[in-house]
Design a protein. Structure first.
Length: 66
């Protein structure tokens, strides 16, 4: 039986599917990133992303019935 769950909601305290998790490949990549990247580098990456977001022009959403 293939069980579909919303990992963002149901796995907040850890994966509930264990070996049946369809996202196991991402766990390995994330673990590797955390082991090989210093906290200073992660903070630098977050700051670069924040500055990029702030420098983008505003996005206007015009309703259809305007």
């Amino acid at each position: 039986m293939n069980k579909t769950i919303n990992c963002q909601v149901e796995c907040l305290n850890g994966c509930i599917l264990g070996e049946e998790c369809p996202n196991k490949e991402f766990v390995a990549k994330t673990s590797q990133f955390l082991e090989n990247t210093s906290l200073d580098k992660m903070l630098e990456m977050a700051e670069m992303a924040r500055l990029k977001k702030m420098s983008e022009p505003p996005k206007w959403i015009i309703p259809d019935d305007f």
